[in-house]
Design a protein around this ligand. Structure first.
Ligand SMILES: *[C@@H]1O[C@H](CO)[C@@H](O)[C@H](O)[C@H]1NC(C)=O
Ligand SMILES: *[C@@H]1O[C@H](CO)[C@@H](O)[C@H](O)[C@H]1NC(C)=O
Length: 192
């Protein structure tokens, strides 16, 4: 390789390095997961805090939630007991619906109380942007939607969040007349 060629290769590497801040992709091959577990005894647990807004669009053109089932008794239930909804709700940086999307909340929620309106939530926060792109967190929790703060356990995660555990707190930011909800989430998660 001539000197000129080496210089131009170095130059290309330099430019590429500057132009694309490289986010290391997560190696999801079994061999990589195996290697990750082998290093685990020496890994230090860390706390990561996440903050985003969840948009549950139940009416209008771009609904993000569908009602997939209900019992015969649901129509008569003041708490909508027995209905089942599936959502694919955008998660955004700010509260505005057109704010930058950082991921999706994909899962199921179901009014599960006969006495108050509260939901069983089973969902994944699926991150699609930035350093957590390709990672997810799994939540199962009790969501009393009319309480100011709701706390839901994070039971696990994938990618950057392997073996995660933590807490997600939800606080309603806005509910429109048509029932569309914007919910603020603060997530504290321990992982390696
Ligand atoms: C629905 O989504 C389309 C495409 O993203 C967007 O242009 C439009 O403004 C949205 N409509 C509403 C009512 O949010
Ligand atoms: C997130 O990762 C996927 C899969 O690796 C990639 O196709 C996509 O461009 C990434 N998105 C962003 C915003 O970096």
């Amino acid at each position: 390789m001539g000197r000129k060629c080496i210089i131009s290769v170095l130059y290309a590497i330099l430019i590429a390095g500057i132009a694309m801040p490289v986010v290391p992709a997560i190696d999801k091959r079994p061999v990589a997961v195996d290697r990750w577990f082998k290093k685990l005894p020496h890994a230090k647990e860390k706390l990561t805090k996440l903050h985003f807004f969840f948009h549950d669009v139940v009416s209008g053109k771009n609904t993000t939630v569908v009602r997939v089932a209900e019992s015969k008794a649901t129509a008569k239930s003041p708490t909508v007991f027995g209905a089942v909804f599936v959502m694919d709700d955008p998660l955004t940086e700010g509260p505005e619906p057109d704010s930058k999307i950082v991921g999706r909340a994909q899962g199921i929620y179901s009014p599960a109380s006969m006495e108050e309106i509260c939901f069983l939530m089973t969902l994944n926060f699926v991150f699609t942007n930035g350093q957590y792109n390709g990672s997810s967190l799994s939540v199962v929790g009790h969501n009393a939607i009319f309480n100011k703060y709701r706390e839901m356990p994070i039971l696990g995660g994938s990618g950057h969040f392997r073996l995660a555990r933590g807490i997600a707190t939800a606080k309603t930011y806005l509910i429109s007349d048509s029932g569309n909800a914007i919910v603020e989430y603060n997530v504290m998660v321990l992982h390696y």
